[in-house]
Design a protein. Structure first.
Length: 775
């Protein structure tokens, strides 16, 4: 017997789409040797079809007749009936082929391997993953003898079970075709490799059929791509392959280029366009990687499946902003998760899958030759809450991987970060299934925005840092690591944005990053272009938070300011030195958690060190700022607002600031209006800010004290009761507080006047302004 010849299926499988008359036939092409492909396909119409396509110079040797035949293209003949009544599609060799020009093929053999029912069985070690009916055809009917090795009465050939090593398995198909050759196909080790045995270099049709079927099984039966696939990329040079663990470790910490290329309909719709200077700034700050969210929805050509070439080039250019600076990068499919790829919008995923595969095929082809610093993420925060939707998402991960392989270039070796439902840690732990076709180095990604009320400005939550808060975060991270103990982990998005009270924000940054380091998570800070980096001046809005993050990544202990963690009492914060307009200036004491550090110095706004014992005193973890110091900056004529900032430096970790703020109660231009004034939209109320220029919380109550919305909040601490949610019921800008249309409609539905109380920082009982919406 000739030595076995090994075919590496994942790298050799190709997919094309060919039109045959009025029907579209999906073709799976398996390379057999240097210039020979065989393709086995399924009709997209009601008619089932098989189409075998070979290069013109492919050679099939007939040992018995000692002659050669040149195959061009073999097309389907007219369906005929076997004596059993089963329909048969004969393969016809064009003129110049051979006198024996008909190969009968049992149609269900072609049909079965592409059906979803077979796919669902894939991976179940208790069931054969592929069954191909191949009946024995009598010589008198066809002039062909096809004995089966299972015996005269067997109607099926069963391939090996998945995940079972079958080194000695030789129960493939051994069909005696018209040329008299006997060939056997052997599938081994979960169909990662296929061994073809036979006396010839080139196998006959029966073996090629089996090879193609095995290849399909090895990739979980891909859907049809819509349109001809791009030519697989070939790349000059070499690719420095990275393990996923090495990539994840080196990319920490990362930053998100948010609301930029993911904007709808295009870049610039939600924020400034990306520019090279943005990448210079984040790299200088210490970030090692950039996640580049991209929404593709509005960038397809008229056919709805071809990505606009200009957009692809723009994506490539922005990726190069990172790579040319030796920064790591992640590219994804972003807000398309609630557009074309909304798993909750349909239960028929056929066209859905095709578009998803085709999109990633084009992305992969365009970016195929980028360096190993670039990684891919299949889809951002995919929707879904049912078992069927979770199953489909796992399939999308599989299609994503196959598209990368098919796109060529370096993509088969590139790091990928796979995802679960919503990229939520709990749902991902419960429903993520590792793709069986994965050969790329891979990590798992989840997003973390918890606790919801703090991160999203909901229900008056303006404090964080209690023991219970820390235990909750630590438990979330520990649970995820426990479920993915041997997989590199990326937190692709997290944030406590600048709406969060400053002390709480700094403590959150420190504890999240310290805990992430404990569990070897790499983090990517979310930035929607309005919360972290001010790209118009290339400066971070809260540089202290960034410094805290960077120190924590390096394992350095940070001192953090103390602040109230009890939502039922008056709140204080050591990030600010507040002074009420018109009151006497006195000494002020702020307390800190030094976290093992010592205070090195306190510097003034000019950067010069203040005099210890004269300008300030330090006792234990407290710093007292003397009235004489504060009087240099606060005068009777000082306007309300931020006046000065002192910098506290410690033996380790980030420096903190104590900002001097003179405040008074902000005033509204009016105190009431009719609900009909907004005419179905939002209501913007002019405001004169007098201190910190943002609300801390907004309460909305009916005349009897009932909450306008979220009535259950009466069970929360006092400073959270009947408080509403930012973005849902209220917003603000530089000159207005805004009552959202949802709150106005709720007031109209209640048919009662509603009192809105806008609460400001410092969060004291007297520091608020009220507005009544009259219904």
């Amino acid at each position: 017997m000739a030595a076995p010849r090994m075919l590496n299926i994942p790298e050799l499988l190709e997919i094309v789409l060919i039109s045959v008359d009025d029907m579209k036939t999906v073709l799976l092409a398996q390379r057999v040797n240097k210039n020979w492909y065989t393709t086995i396909g399924q009709s997209r119409s009601l008619q089932e079809a098989l189409f075998l396509r070979l290069p013109e110079d492919a050679l099939h040797s007939d040992r018995n007749a000692n002659r050669s035949l040149r195959y061009n293209t073999l097309l389907l003949g007219t369906p005929q009936k076997h004596h059993s009544g089963a329909p048969l599609y004969p393969l016809r060799i064009p003129p110049g082929g051979t006198n024996n020009d008909v190969y009968p093929v049992y149609s269900s053999a072609v049909r079965m391997y592409l059906l979803d029912k077979m796919v669902k069985a894939f991976g179940d070690a208790k069931q054969p993953f592929l069954t191909v009916p191949l009946p024995s055809f009598p010589d008198e009917s066809w002039g062909i003898e096809c004995p089966l090795i299972f015996g005269a009465h067997s109607m099926a050939t069963q391939f090996p079970y998945v995940n079972k090593t079958l080194a000695e398995f030789e129960r493939g198909v051994r069909n005696q075709m018209m040329l008299g050759h006997v060939h056997r196909a052997l599938c081994r080790k979960s169909v990662k490799q296929i061994w073809a045995f036979g006396p010839e270099e080139i196998a006959d049709y029966s073996t090629l059929l089996i090879l193609a079927l095995c290849a399909v099984a090895s990739v979980s039966a891909l859907p049809a791509p819509e349109g001809l696939r791009p030519r697989a990329a070939t790349c000059p040079g070499t690719f420095k392959k990275l393990s996923s663990a090495d990539w994840v470790k080196a990319a920490n910490p990362g930053w998100n280029l948010g609301n930029t290329l993911d904007g709808i309909p295009t870049e610039g719709s939600w924020g400034p366009a990306a520019k090279p200077a943005d990448f210079d700034t984040v790299k200088t700050a210490g970030f090692k990687a950039v996640r580049i969210p991209i929404t593709w929805t509005d960038h397809f050509e008229a056919d709805g499946k071809t990505v606009n070439a200009t957009w692809l080039q723009r994506v490539s250019d922005v990726v190069d902003y990172a790579l040319t600076r030796d920064m790591y990068a992640i590219v994804n499919v972003h807000h398309d998760s609630w557009n074309e790829f909304d798993l909750t919008a349909t239960s028929d995923y056929s066209s859905f899958e095709s578009l998803f595969y085709n999109l990633w095929l084009q992305i992969g082809t365009k970016l195929a030759c980028k360096s190993s610093l670039l990684a891919f993420e299949p889809i951002n925060e995919p929707t879904g809450s049912t078992a069927a939707q979770f199953t489909e998402l796992n399939k999308l991960n599989t299609l994503f991987l196959q598209a990368l392989r098919d796109s060529g270039g370096f993509n088969a070796k590139r790091v990928v970060t796979l995802v679960g439902p919503g990229e939520d840690s709990v749902k991902t732990s419960q429903s993520f299934v590792r793709p069986t076709n994965i050969t790329n180095p891979w990590a798992i990604q989840f997003h973390y925005y918890s606790p919801y009320d703090l991160i999203f400005g909901a229900w008056g939550k303006t404090t964080w840092g209690s023991d219970a808060d820390k235990v909750a975060l630590g438990a979330d991270f520990a649970a995820f690591r426990g479920n993915f103990s041997d997989v590199p982990v990326v937190i692709g998005e997290w944030e406590a944005n600048n709406l969060v009270e400053t002390s709480a924000r700094w403590k959150y940054f420190d504890y999240l990053q310290t805990t992430a380091k404990k569990y070897f998570f790499t983090t990517f800070l979310w930035d929607n272009s309005a919360t972290e980096l001010d790209r118009s001046i290339e400066k971070f809005r809260d540089p202290v938070a960034i410094d805290i993050l960077m120190a924590a990544v390096k394992g350095k202990p940070n001192a953090v300011p103390n602040s109230t963690t009890d939502g039922s009492i008056m709140q204080v914060s050591s990030a600010f030195l507040y002074h009420k307009v018109g009151t006497n200036i006195t000494d002020q004491t702020l307390t800190y958690n030094f976290n093992g550090n010592t205070l090195s110095s306190v510097n003034g706004p000019d950067g010069k060190a203040l005099r210890k014992g004269i300008d300030y005193t330090a006792t234990g973890s407290s710093v007292t700022y003397k009235a004489s110091l504060l009087s240099r900056y606060i005068t009777a004529s000082s306007a309300a607002g931020a006046i000065a900032s002192f910098s506290l430096k410690f033996s380790k970790g980030a420096a903190l600031t104590a900002q001097v703020v003179q405040w008074d109660v902000a005033t509204l231009a009016s105190n009431s209006s009719s609900a009909t004034t907004a005419a179905g939209g939002d209501l913007a109320i002019p405001i004169t800010w007098k201190g910190i220029n943002r609300p801390a919380a907004v309460q909305a109550v009916l005349p009897d004290g009932t909450c306008l919305v979220d009535t259950w909040t009466v069970y929360l601490p006092a400073l959270q009761q009947c408080r509403t949610t930012y973005g849902n019921q209220w917003e603000f800008d530089n000159g207005h507080v805004i009552i959202k249309s949802g709150a106005i409609q709720a007031a109209i539905a209640a048919a009662q006047p509603v009192k809105f109380t806008f609460e400001f920082y410092p969060r004291l009982p007297c520091n608020n302004a009220t507005y009544t919406l009259i219904v």
